[in-house]
Design a protein around this ligand. Sequence first.
Ligand code: MN
Length: 185
Amino acid sequence: DDNLLNYDAVKDFNNILAGAVDSSVSSGAFPLILGGDHSLAIGSLAGISRHYENLGVIWYDAHGDLNDSRTSPSGNIHGMPLGISCGIGDTDLVNLYDAGPKVKPENIVLIGMRDLDEGEKQYIHDNDILTFTMTDVRMMGIADVMKQALHHLAEKCDGIHLSLDVDGLDPMETPGTGTPVDGGL
Ligand SMILES: [Mn+2]
């Protein structure tokens, strides 16, 4: 598949990261992962998902990151990590560290969305993923959004992986992002 940029580097790095996160959780520590590219969530989710039956995911981002190589307009793997973790896209990345999907779509909450691609909108709709756009955040306030997000996950999840893309914030706060989208928090 030639629509996956930096494929080998992303795959190798995420295997190492998944192992590090797995060991960290095993030792009772709280893994905090900082990185320059959201493709690292493939490895962080793979490493932590071993430890939970129903892992919840709060995905704070301007983007859904639910593309696969067929729907991705850019080929950037950092636009695909949540999709890959749900089992869509490149087989080796889907089966990274452990075989099969790491996250169930019904256990995801998307917050801060304001730049979704058509394929992503379809996936969100088909899988009924709880989604708060920036319009929702402005109308409801972030406190209410978080309350609803946690309530939604508390009913069925035994743990939560929080993923925060700096582009979820407004580009005035985080000008260093490669994918700025106006109107963030
Ligand atoms: Mn993003």
